[in-house]
Write a protein that binds this ligand. Structure first.
Ligand SMILES: Cc1cc2nc3c(=O)[nH]c(=O)nc-3n(C[C@H](O)[C@H](O)[C@H](O)COP(=O)(O)OP(=O)(O)OC[C@H]3O[C@@H](n4cnc5c(N)ncnc54)[C@H](O)[C@@H]3O)c2cc1C
Length: 394
C-alpha cells in the first residue's frame, strides 16, 4: 500500500482559522502521516506532488517525473483548492485558507497590521486601514474568520497596545448571496449574522466583489481600504482532475469526479475517488457533502469495497449510505450555531457542542489535550499562543 501526499502531514482544516488568528499553532491541528500510520506495516509513504495520473497505463507519476508507480487500485483524494473565479491575480492580495502555509500567511499579515497601526499615531487614515480586515465569503470559513479577527483586535490584543486603539478594529464580511451560511437553516444564518454584528462585524450581503488590489477591495461600488483581505468565497478541483476528464472520466459541472454508490469511477477498473474531489449520491439519493464526514465515510466505504473485491465478493458490499452527523460553525467566544440531527441551536450551548465535537475529531490524544488546554487558557486569560512575528524582510 502506498500513500502519496505533497505535504508530510494530515491537517484538520476546520481549525485552520484558529491558526490564522493566533489561537493555535500548526502542530496542534496537524500530524505527520508517518507518525499517524506508524503501525501500518504494509504502508509506504511518499511526500511528493502527483503530476500525472495515467489511467490507460494504470500508473501515477510523481517527484518531478522521476517516479512512475503502477497500481492495482487507485484512490484519488486530492481535495479542492481556493478558487478566485477567473481572477487569479487577486490571490496575492486576498489570502485563501486551505493549508498551514495559508494560515501562517494570514496570521503574519494580521498581526503585522496591528503592529504597524501602533507605529502610526498621527496618520488616522493609514491606521484605520491597518486595523481593517475584509473577509470575502459568508460560508463557515468566512464567518469563523470574521468573528475571530474582530475578537482578536477588540478583546484579546487591545490591552497590550498603547497608541493604537484596537477597539477601532474593523472587520467587513462580504457575500454575494442573501444570507450567511447558505447551507444551514435560515434561522441559524440569521442568528449568525446577528451575533457577528453584535461583536462589531459589518456584514454586507448581496454584494459582489468587483476588484481587489494591494490593500483595498471594491465591492458593490464601495471601496474598502484594508491591510488584511481573506478569501473564503469558493473552491474548485485542482488542474490534475481536468486531465482525468480528457481521459474519459465523467466530471460534474463544478469539475468534481463523478462516482457511483461504490465510490468507483465508471469504466475505470479499480479506480475510486473520495472526499471533496468526488461527486457522489448515496444509495438513498442523498448527495454526500464536501465535509469531513463525507470524506471519512467515503474513505471507509472504499476500504470495504477493495477488501471485498480482493476476496471476490464485491457484489456483497451495499451502496454507501451517508450518515449526516450535523453541521456547525463557531462565531466567537461563547457563540456558535449548530444543526445536529434536526436539533437547531445557537449561542453558548452550540459553542460547547462545537468545542466538544472538534476535540473528538482531532487526530490524536496529544492534539486533543494540547488544544483543550490552550482553549481553557485562552478563555480564562485572553492570551492566544501563536503570536510570534519575525523581523519583516528588508
Ligand atoms: C478552512 C476550512 C474549514 C473547514 N471547516 C469544516 C468544518 O467545520 N466541518 C467539516 O466537516 N468540514 C470542514 N471543512 C471541509 C473539510 O476540511 C474537507 O471536506 C475535508 O478536509 C476533505 O477531505 P479530503 O481528503 O477530500 O481533502 P483534503 O483534506 O483537502 O486532503 C487532500 C490532500 O491531498 C493532497 N494533495 C492535493 N494535491 C496533491 C497532489 N497533486 N499530489 C499529492 N498530494 C496532493 C493535499 O496535500 C492534502 O493532504 C473545512 C475546510 C476548510 C478549508
Amino acid at each position: 500500500m502506498v500513500l502519496v501526499d505533497r505535504t508530510n502531514h494530515h491537517l484538520f482544516q476546520p481549525l485552520l482559522y484558529q491558526v490564522a488568528t493566533a489561537g493555535l499553532s500548526g502542530s496542534d491541528i496537524a500530524q505527520p502521516v508517518r507518525t499517524i500510520l506508524r503501525g501500518q506495516r504494509n504502508l509506504h509513504v511518499h511526500m511528493a506532488q502527483v503530476e500525472e495520473i495515467d489511467l490507460a497505463g494504470r500508473s501515477v507519476v510523481f517527484d518531478f517525473q522521476r517516479y512512475r508507480l503502477e497500481y492495482d487500485y487507485l484512490v484519488i483524494a486530492l481535495g479542492v483548492r481556493t478558487n478566485y473565479f477567473g481572477n487569479d491575480q487577486w490571490a496575492k492580495h486576498a489570502l485563501g485558507l486551505k493549508s498551514l502555509a495559508d494560515a501562517y500567511a494570514i496570521r503574519e499579515r494580521l498581526l503585522a497590521a496591528f503592529e504597524r497601526a501602533e507605529n502610526l499615531p498621527d496618520n488616522h487614515a493609514e491606521r484605520t486601514r491597518q486595523l481593517t480586515t475584509v473577509v470575502i465569503g459568508g460560508g463557515p470559513t468566512g464567518v469563523e474568520m470574521a468573528g475571530a479577527c474582530v475578537e482578536l483586535g477588540r478583546r484579546v490584543l487591545k490591552p497590550e497596545f498603547k497608541s493604537a486603539n484596537l477597539s477601532e478594529t474593523r472587520v467587513v464580511l462580504i457575500d454575494a448571496g442573501q444570507r450567511l451560511l447558505s447551507t444551514f437553516d435560515p434561522e441559524l444564518s440569521e442568528r449568525a449574522k446577528r451575533d457577528l454584528e453584535r461583536m462589531g462585524v459589518q456584514v454586507k450581503l448581496g454584494v459582489r466583489v468587483e476588484e481587489i488590489g494591494e490593500g483595498y477591495v471594491v465591492a458593490g461600488g464601495e471601496r474598502y481600504e484594508a491591510a488584511t483581505i481573506v478569501w473564503g468565497a469558493g473552491v474548485s478541483p485542482p488542474p490534475l482532475v481536468k486531465t482525468l476528464g480528457s481521459q474519459g472520466v465523467a466530471l460534474d459541472k463544478s469539475g468534481r469526479i463523478e462516482v457511483g454508490t461504490d465510490c468507483a469511477v465508471a469504466g475505470q477498473r479499480g479506480v475510486f475517488a473520495a472526499g471533496d474531489i468526488a461527486s457522489c449520491t448515496d444509495g438513498a439519493g442523498v448527495r454526500v457533502p464536501g465535509l469531513c464526514q463525507g470524506a471519512i465515510q467515503m474513505g471507509d466505504h472504499i476500504g470495504r469495497v477493495i477488501m471485498a473485491d480482493v476476496a471476490g465478493k464485491r457484489d456483497a458490499v451495499k451502496p454507501i449510505k451517508y450518515r449526516d452527523k450535523g453541521t456547525m460553525a463557531t462565531i466567537g467566544r461563547s457563540s456558535a450555531v449548530a444543526d445536529v440531527g434536526g436539533w437547531k441551536t445557537g449561542g453558548f450551548v452550540a459553542w460547547v457542542l462545537w468545542l466538544l465535537v472538534h476535540l473528538i475529531f482531532l487526530i490524536d490524544l496529544r492534539s486533543k489535550m494540547t488544544v483543550m488546554l490552550k482553549w481553557i487558557a485562552a478563555y480564562v486569560f485572553y492570551k492566544p499562543t501563536g503570536r510570534l512575528l519575525d523581523a519583516p524582510k528588508a
